[in-house]
Design a protein around this ligand. Structure first.
Ligand code: C5P
Length: 218
């Protein structure tokens, strides 16, 4: 049985008690990954941003709001995991200051000072040991698959990942998606348009197989 940590969904970065920066991630891919891992009898720790869907009942779920909370929860479960699947759409920036209450609307557009959020998977990957680290590279729908793959490879190397799942932003919120798996050893496998649960099962199996390879090499 393998311990699998999954980050999923968006994060919310609050400007004040009411307004926030976020994105349209549904958490569906992360939830499908959790279902697929549970179906193969693995132990799942799901760190989930604010989403509408109900997570799989058998997963250990930690619901979070901001990127910093997601990072803390991922750090907490990391030691007991063999594989990390980072499917979350983490906000790149957060407001430098969170104002109290709900400041009233002003006529002049306010300026907003942002600071970068930590890269959660990259921060864990520097201490990965024999763990398998899997990232997702969501590229603009306007990019060709070749451009998306090139950016995915760059991410794989920069973040020290073992596998990057590359797809395009027209996959957001959709039931089906086309994905390319980019492996650190240079292999590339295209998963043709299929529903997210089939894509998720293929990603979980590829990750478990990478983990088994790493164990054999120890
Ligand atoms: O750099 P980019 O945001 O495109 O990288 C996407 C991958 O990195 C995803 O696997 C995502 O979950 C992860 N990520 C993260 N923390 C961030 C930004 C991205 O873990 N702050």
């Amino acid at each position: 049985m393998v311990g699998i940590l999954i980050t999923a969904g968006p994060t919310r970065e609050y400007l004040d008690d009411v307004r926030f920066l976020s994105n349209g991630s549904s958490g569906r891919m992360g939830s499908a990954l959790a279902e697929a891992a549970l179906a193969d009898s693995h132990t799942v720790y799901l760190v989930l941003g604010p989403v509408e869907l109900s997570p799989p009942a058998l997963a250990t779920v930690c619901s979070v709001t901001s990127a910093l909370e997601m990072q803390a929860a991922a750090e907490h479960w990391f030691p007991q995991c063999d594989i990390v699947l980072a499917a979350a759409a983490v906000a790149d920036f957060r407001p430098l200051v969170r104002q109290a209450g709900k400041p009233p609307r002003q006529n002049a557009a306010p300026s907003l000072q942002l600071v970068p959020n930590p890269d959660i998977i990259a921060g864990l990957a520097v201490r990965k040991g024999s763990r398998v680290m899997v990232g997702f590279a969501l590229e603009s729908a306007a990019a060709s698959m070749a451009q998306a793959v090139a950016r995915g490879r760059e991410k794989l190397e920069r973040k020290q990942l073992d596998l990057v799942v590359c797809n395009r932003s027209d996959a957001i919120g959709m039931q089906a998606s086309e994905a390319v798996l980019l492996f650190a050893d240079g292999r590339q496998v295209t998963l043709t348009m299929q529903n997210k649960s089939m894509t998720a099962a293929a990603i979980v199996r590829a990750s478990v197989s990478l983990w088994q390879q790493k164990l054999r090499a120890l």
